[in-house]
Design a protein around this ligand. Structure first.
Ligand code: G6P
Length: 362
């Protein structure tokens, strides 16, 4: 639909696509519901998941970051072990595979050459593959045994936003339905909780002025910026750092809170911005301890937390969602902060230098 890919009143596709995330989340819930409102996925796909003794997720870029969180969902909710691999590494350095592996390719475009190379390799070995993609009929969709669609609508901006949260929603649904197939029922209602996520996304998309202020305060002149977090917050931090470097050219890295002292802390100088995510209760004290360590070395901390965990000096409080789903909302301020940082620094938000939307060469 051509009207889908017009910017309308938006100055950039990226901002439009960030704003579409509540809608896309609701659309995914609807697309993966049966007539009784229960979540449903093609039973062949669920059998393929539950027959596997190990799942190998293969992806690149932002889709790889979604894969890291997919592992959390699948391992927690199905108890099947999952490995997540960068496609370009996997093809040249294949790990020892289990007896009954299932491969899951996560790819917005369905055309990434690095991921396709792995798909070709594993098909040659006779293994089954599922592609999770935004593009029906794309190469990786056609060549895999199964496909799950993201239903995110065309994503035009080079920096991926709505495809990432769509990947998280679809991975969560896949994990929940597969778990259910094994008699492992979630102790919460995923449909309801994803609905709460969509509402929280909307609240966040209405707080652009606040995000612009954070970008101005922390990122308008800095040379670098670090993202820290523990467990799922660490993975979201990796994606936050990727967004920031892609479009603002600020040198940005994501680190696990506990790993800081093993090297990265040497980079902290007076005023170095540190964006810390603190959305998980069981690591809240530890991540806040890490923030104190960097503040003692002069860092300028921006703590993003979740309602219920907030403390006095926190910079931004996310609306409450189920803890397991927090990445779907905590990434939105990071996307918006990157957007405004790029804008303030005069960068071409939708078409950053040296990058392509989909990389079809190895
Ligand atoms: C390119 C894009 C990234 C994207 C990656 C993987 O490098 O610039 O934004 O995450 O490819 O793309 P895919 O379509 O496979 O998800």
């Amino acid at each position: 639909d051509a009207s889908d890919i017009e910017k309308g009143t938006y100055p950039h596709y990226m901002l439009k696509e960030i704003d579409e995330q509540p809608l896309v989340t609701r659309k995914i819930i609807q697309k993966y519901q049966d007539e009784n409102g229960s979540l449903t996925i093609d039973s062949n796909i669920i059998s393929a998941v539950n027959d596997a003794d190990r799942i190998y997720i293969v992806a690149a870029g932002t889709s790889y970051h979604a894969g890291l969180l997919g592992k959390q969902f699948i391992e927690s909710w199905t108890k099947i072990p999952v490995e997540v691999h960068v496609a370009s590494e996997f093809s040249y350095n294949m790990p020892i595979l289990s007896a009954n592996p299932l491969f899951i390719f996560i790819t917005q475009s369905g055309e990434t050459a690095d991921s396709r190379a792995v798909l070709v390799q594993v098909k040659e070995l006779g293994y089954k593959a599922l592609t999770i993609t935004n593009v029906q009929g794309s190469t990786l969709s056609r060549e895999a045994d199964y496909t799950l669609l993201l239903h995110a609508g065309p994503e035009i901006a080079v920096a991926s936003t709505k495809a990432y949260t769509a990947q998280l929603s679809v991975l969560a649904i896949l994990a929940a339905v597969a778990g259910q197939g094994k008699g492992l029922n979630l102790e919460f209602d995923l449909v309801k909780e994803l609905g709460i996520v969509a509402n929280a996304m909307e609240v966040l998309c209405d707080q652009k002025e606040e995000m612009e202020a954070i970008a101005r305060e922390y990122l308008s002149t800095t040379r670098n910026c670090f993202f820290i977090g523990r467990t799922v917050d660490y993975y979201v931090g990796l994606e936050g750092a990727l967004k920031l470097k892609e479009i603002s050219y600020i040198q940005a890295e994501g680190f696990a809170g506990g790993e800081l002292k093993h090297g990265t802390i040497a980079l902290i100088e007076n005023g170095t911005p540190i964006i810390a995510l603190a959305t998980q209760e069981h690591v809240n004290l530890s991540i806040r301890g890490n923030v104190k360590e960097v503040v003692a070395r002069g860092a300028n901390p921006c703590i993003i937390t979740m309602k219920g965990l907030e403390e006095e000096d926190d910079r931004f409080v996310l609306p409450p969602v189920h803890e397991a789903l927090s990445p779907l909302v905590s990434v939105i301020p990071l996307q918006l902060i990157s957007y405004y940082a790029a804008l303030h620094r005069g960068c071409d938000v939708d078409k950053p230098r040296n990058l392509a939307k989909s990389v079809t060469v190895e």
